[in-house]
Design a protein around this ligand. Structure first.
Ligand SMILES: [Ca+2]
Ligand SMILES: [Ca+2]
Ligand SMILES: [Ca+2]
Ligand SMILES: [Ca+2]
Length: 536
């Protein structure tokens, strides 16, 4: 071994030691290697340095020798959340109220990147397929998908998201020129444009050009949202997604079960979704209607999953049940919850039947000596929806009012020591908080992941170790979707082999410059790549 080589070898060994045994340098495909940032403020993204793990000791001290004593209890698993695969041409959308909704804190009425969500979700899948644990170099063997996979609970959105995750060739375009949903819709008057969603009009993003008054406020090239001619048409072109190369378990979010994530289904809204009339900035436009814009019930949503491969955690004997409990080798149990309030509003809750089932599952896990991760769409903070009354459970002990009537998930987890983490989405924000009770025996971590629809369009990977010293370590690693940081001024949208990732790259850039969301969502270093210690 040459001296220079030996010195390099020693230096990398030292780096390994300094990282507490985390083998940095080995390629992982995660943000531990490199990040995507705008380092010079020019509204264009580029690669930035990787982010090493932040060790968080709120719930237990990190033993310096733990890297030598720890044993993984399960393979690393992927979390994908808030894909919001959307039929952006649907008459049931409410882009025209985006500004008013934004002032109320509802940011999803319109997104300039929304037509690119199928390709963005595919790029998230491709990344998940490629990554390896920076800690152990192991590959993931499972994914959990924590809801808001569709945007408007439409049948075509639900099918499209399943097609993306399962790798089935499909066309994201909607509109059926022969469909006549009512006597007032005449197919001879339907427009023939491939893309019939909102664009330009001085309100929205126009990707083909930027004439005076064409792009809406915040969506001009000066705002960083540049033109990509033909973008909307290319986004509505048949493609073959890769599909996850391992099984995935799904739970629904409020956007999968409620219209626009907030409103219970009704005959009126079903009629609006299927109609040939779409409200734009000014007058209503005629668009091609589509029977696949049917608003699915929760059971129909579950049945779509049951019809695909292994059913993704749902039980064909109980197609109205949206929750599941799965034991894995090594003593790992994954429990997925269904947290939609079917009475409406975007926040979540757990009905009493499900809560009693969960309590029983946790007691079984305790007896079996299992380690439990519970996941759902809603974070504990956003699990506070008592609209419609009934016997429902909220997320946190501190949530008062009607939430105080029943035991919270937080209280249940404190008396269920097998639970070490609660994993969720919904907030479109990376956030990690310790949940600590006075006695300390049932402490756990709340781990919330950003979305794939809004900046920073990230997924997560979770890997759990028993340190065999009275503590567990939960490594949570952030994954960027696989589109490159900068699509360039004139990306090739014609090449079908590269188009999907090019569209995903454009999607991320636009999401970064979208003024309603901006830089929100990324969280702090302590919310991203972390080693979470918990005493057990
Ligand atoms: Ca830049
Ligand atoms: Ca579409
Ligand atoms: Ca269309
Ligand atoms: Ca433009």
């Amino acid at each position: 071994m040459s001296k220079i080589f030996l010195r390099a070898f020693t230096a990398s060994f030292l780096a390994l030691f300094l990282m507490g045994g985390v083998a940095l340098g080995a390629w992982s495909g995660t943000t531990v290697d490199k990040t995507i940032v705008d380092s010079n403020g020019d509204k264009r993204l580029e690669y930035g340095p990787g982010e090493p793990y932040t060790v968080r000791e709120d719930l237990g001290a990190a033993n310096a020798k733990r890297a030598k004593t720890r044993t993984p209890i399960f393979d690393p698993f992927i979390q994908l959340s808030d894909l919001h695969v959307v039929d952006e041409e649907s008459p049931a959308r409410i882009e025209q109220y985006d500004a008013e909704l934004g002032e109320l804190g509802v940011k999803g009425g319109y997104r300039p990147q929304e037509s690119l969500m199928s390709q963005t979700a595919d790029a998230a899948v491709r990344r998940a397929n490629w990554v390896r644990s920076p800690v152990t170099s192991r590959s993931p063997s499972l994914a959990i998908v924590t809801g808001d996979s569709s945007d408007n609970s439409q049948e075509n959105e639900t099918e499209d998201y399943i097609n993306v995750l399962s790798g089935n060739r499909f066309n994201p375009d909607s509109g059926d020129p022969s469909f006549r949903p009512s006597p007032l819709c005449f197919p001879i008057f339907y427009p023939t444009d491939l893309y019939q969603g909102v664009r330009g009009d001085g309100v929205w993003y126009e990707p083909d050009s930027s004439l005076e008054g064409e792009d809406g406020t915040g969506y001009t090239p000066a705002d960083g949202v540049r033109d990509f001619p033909g973008l909307f048409e290319k986004a509505n072109t048949t493609f073959t997604p890769k599909g996850l190369r391992f099984p995935w378990l799904a739970v629904p979010g409020n956007h999968d079960g409620l219209v626009q994530g907030n409103v219970p289904k009704s005959d009126f809204l079903e009629g609006a979704a299927l109609s040939c009339w779409k409200i734009f900035a000014g007058p209503t436009h005629i668009v091609q209607p589509d029977p696949k814009r049917h608003l699915v019930s929760k059971q129909e949503w579950i049945e779509k999953h049951l019809a695909d491969g292994d059913g993704h955690g749902f039980d064909p004997k109980q197609p109205d049940i949206g929750y599941h409990s799965v034991s894995k080798p090594g003593g790992m149990r994954l429990i997925g919850l269904e947290s939609i309030n079917e009475n409406g509003l975007s926040e979540g809750n757990i009905d009493d039947t499900q809560f009693q089932w969960l309590d029983n599952e946790l007691q079984q896990a305790e007896k079996a000596g299992e380690t439990v991760v519970v996941y759902a769409h809603h974070s504990l903070e956003s699990m506070n929806n008592t609209a419609g009354g009934g016997s429902v459970h909220c997320g946190l002990i501190e949530q008062g009012g009607a939430c105080a009537q029943q035991e919270s998930l937080e209280a249940l987890f404190y008396r269920s020591p097998s639970v070490i983490a609660y994993v969720a989405g919904h907030e479109h924000n990376n956030r990690i908080d310790p949940r600590q009770e006075d006695a300390g025996e049932g402490n756990f971590w709340e781990v919330v992941l950003a979305s794939e629809v809004d900046w920073p369009q990230q997924g997560g990977m979770v890997e759990i170790f028993n340190n065999n010293d009275g503590t567990f370590s939960i490594f949570r690693t952030i994954l960027d979707q696989a589109g490159k940081p900068d699509p360039g001024n004139t990306p090739d949208l014609e090449n079908p082999w590269t188009r999907t990732l090019t569209l995903a790259s454009i999607s991320r850039e636009i999401s970064f410059n979208e003024p309603q969301v901006g830089m929100g969502g990324a969280g702090t270093l302590a919310d991203r790549n972390v080693e979470l210690i918990v005493t057990r």
